[in-house]
Design a protein around this ligand. Structure first.
Ligand SMILES: [Zn+2]
Length: 171
């Protein structure tokens, strides 16, 4: 059975509001990572990765989650949600469970890894500044750079759109 749960559904279903009220462990500094027990995010159990992506939100995260669910990936368990909090990847802010800076970095890492493995195409067009070109990049590895002229940004947007068309991806 495929379930489509929002983060607030998950809060209810897994008692996360309770978890979020619990005193939080201090978020470990990146330098304090214990490399003997550190597990890179791409090697995390499926449920933990889905939990992280649900908190990350956005079109790429949502696309990856729906692909994982189509492949019958297990939904995050209550203990997997608690683990994200205990390890400092997520914390309660303004009454909601949100990713910490460390959690955001881990989510970006997982999105690059899984986005590529799943063969997804999601482009980002970035406005160049201070000598850097405008760029269009895709999670698959595609990249195009356009000079920082008046119509360079539009050209980068056009490159991204053309790439998605060529790959048959939805825009
Ligand atoms: Zn692509």
């Amino acid at each position: 059975m495929r379930s489509r749960l929002s983060v607030s559904d998950l809060h209810q279903r897994f008692g996360l509001s309770e978890a979020a009220r619990a005193p939080l462990l201090p978020t470990p500094e990146p330098a304090a990572i214990d490399f003997d027990t550190y597990v890179p995010p791409e090697a995390w159990p499926g449920g933990e990765r889905i939990a992280l992506l649900l908190l990350r939100r956005g079109p790429l995260a949502a696309d990856i989650v729906s692909h994982l669910r189509e492949m019958s990936a297990p939904e995050p368990t209550k203990s997997e949600w608690f683990k994200l909090i205990a390890r400092g990847y997520a914390a309660r802010r303004a009454g909601r469970l949100q990713l910490s800076p460390q959690g955001l970095r881990a989510a970006e890492h997982i999105m690059r890894d899984l986005g590529r493995k799943l063969g997804l195409h999601h482009t980002t067009v970035t406005r160049g500044s201070y000598g850097q070109a405008h760029s269009a990049k895709c999670v698959c590895g595609f990249a195009a750079f356009k000079p920082r002229t008046d119509n360079g940004f539009a050209a980068a947007q056009a490159s991204a759109a053309r790439h998605l068309r060529e790959m048959g991806a939805k825009q």
